[in-house]
Design a protein around this ligand. Structure first.
Ligand code: AMP
Length: 484
């Protein structure tokens, strides 16, 4: 089996890997590091959680040290483009960790924070710049940064870049890069649009593909709870009574939904915070830091905000609402079971989300087991407490009529036997951008696993049911939630 010693990495990097308890390279690291060290372009098909950051960061650090020279003012030697601020900050942190013995300068440039300190830092010249596209272009336009000296460029999470509408920004950035350069391109999926972008960006690339979706999903204990939309918050508060849910990432479809869920949890005495595009950078950072440090047990996030978030030890992912696009389900649940750990994913499915559930089961080629975890009595008790607190919460929005009865309804079974039609669902309310970003146009499908370990279930024949389409109209919306 390949070890880090076989990859041609220098001693300072090996020391950092040992200190970080990385004993063995992940498949993408084993395959990507040698050619990238040799200066080749790379097309990496891999998602977050596969170790792709180290796959590009380690050889970039080494190459910069091997050809060390002082970067000219207002230039950088390596440029890493990230779709979101959180991911940019995390990539920079990894560069700092891996390169801690190397004395290279590393900085981030993204929106939501002041321009001036960035201008000053860039003015001195930096070795490694991690940036979101919008803010990078601001600096290019102001001539506070030139890309003329970039030796290596990384485009990370290219599919997400396109989802976020960064395609023109990427083209503009590409045009400003020198022709002689090394280019690395990473995407979790490879539809035709991404293939075209990659073709224009790369020269004779090595192609490395890992299929984490299958391996990751296999290790995740997945279950679904059928519940009416307006009972979901109470249900969440109830399942959070389980101390095993140590560090839980909850996904909602909208930003407002994320806020409402976080408030409800707080009212139910479950420390929680929401993270999404309407939060300030400092709020996002604080929420993430609190979550990582265990000061809050629940982080409620939209898909975009959660993308790229790397928190080890996420014990559970809860899909408060099912995503419109089945691939997002795989991305979401991949937040748990990271770096070789196991995890659990619980999906709440309302009546009008059953088509989405069928789509997910079809794409992942597996039947998601129905959960047996909740009792209606406990749910009713938790609902009553939370309801009481909700009413006292002056911050809460005027609520729907349906909520009045939350916790009072009886006999709603979690196993899908009740018929829950007629209630207005969170996913149906139009209170802001309905989706932060969903891509209904992806053409590829992640290769999928079969049964996650754990509960038994009846396997469906792939394609045996077609799901009746996407419940909310296919999610063609592009995001308004730009990062940079
Ligand atoms: P990434 O896909 O780059 O976001 O990495 C996912 C997680 O795996 C991060 O927490 C990394 O620190 C961790 N990781 C990356 N490479 C390794 C490795 N070779 N051994 C153990 N953990 C790793």
């Amino acid at each position: 089996m390949t070890s880090f010693n076989d990859l041609g990495l220098s001693q300072p990097l090996l020391n950092a890997l040992t200190a970080g308890k990385y004993t063995q390279p992940t498949p993408i690291q084993a395959q990507a590091i040698p050619p990238v060290l040799a200066g080749r372009d790379l097309l990496g098909i891999a998602q977050t959680g596969t170790g792709k950051t180290a796959a590009f960061a380690l050889p970039i650090l080494q190459r910069l040290v091997d050809t060390r020279h002082r970067p000219a003012p207002k230039t950088c030697r390596a440029l890493i483009l990230s779709p979101t601020r959180e991911l940019a900050a995390q990539i920079a942190d990894k560069f700092r960790t891996y390169g801690r013995e190397m004395g290279l300068s590393i900085t981030t440039v993204f929106g939501g924070v002041g321009m001036h300190p960035q201008i000053q830092t860039l003015g001195r010249g930096v070795d490694i710049l991690v940036a979101t596209p919008g803010r990078l272009i601001d600096h290019m336009d102001r001539r506070t940064l030139s890309l003329a000296n970039v030796e290596t460029v990384v485009l990370d999470e290219a599919d997400q870049m396109l989802d976020l509408g960064f395609v023109h920004a990427i083209r503009k950035i590409s045009a400003a890069l020198p022709k002689q350069r090394q280019s690395l391109f990473f995407s979790a999926t490879m539809p035709a649009s991404i293939g075209q972008l990659a073709a224009g960006f790369l020269r004779e690339p090595i192609r490395v593909e890992v299929t984490p979706a299958a391996t990751t999903v296999e290790r995740i204990d997945q279950s679904v709870i059928f519940v009416e939309a307006d009972r979901k918050r109470a249900l969440l508060a109830e399942i959070m009574l389980d101390p095993a849910m140590e560090r839980t990432l909850v996904f909602t479809r909208t930003k407002h939904g994320a806020d409402r869920v976080a408030r409800h949890l707080e009212n139910s005495k479950v420390p929680a915070a929401a993270i999404h595009g309407n939060k300030s950078q400092s709020q996002r950072e604080r929420a993430l830091a609190d979550f990582k440090a265990g000061r809050i047990r629940v982080l409620v996030a939209t898909d975009i905000a959660a993308r790229g978030i790397d928190v080890t030890g996420v014990s559970h992912v809860v899909n408060f609402e099912l995503p419109n696009v089945p691939e997002s389900y795989v991305h979401r649940i991949g937040r748990t079971a990271r770096a070789g750990k196991d995890g659990a994913a619980i999906s709440f499915c309302a009546q009008d989300e059953r088509g989405l559930l069928r789509d997910i089961e079809r794409v992942t080629r597996q039947r998601i087991a129905t959960s047996d975890r909740r009792s209606d009595e406990a749910l009713a008790a938790a609902s009553a407490v939370a309801n009481q607190n909700d009413r006292q919460d002056s911050r809460e929005q005027p609520r729907s009529h349906g909520h009045r009865n939350e916790g009072q309804r009886q006999g709603q079974r979690p196993n899908g036997s009740r018929n829950g039609g007629g209630h207005r669902s969170e996913g149906q309310r139009h209170e802001g951008p309905r989706h932060e970003a969903q891509d209904g146009q992806r053409q590829d499908r992640p290769q999928q696993a079969h049964k996650p370990g754990g509960r038994p279930f009846h396997k469906k024949k792939p394609g045996g049911h077609n799901g009746g389409g996407r419940g909310f109209g296919g999610g063609q919306n592009r995001s308004q939630a730009r990062a940079g």
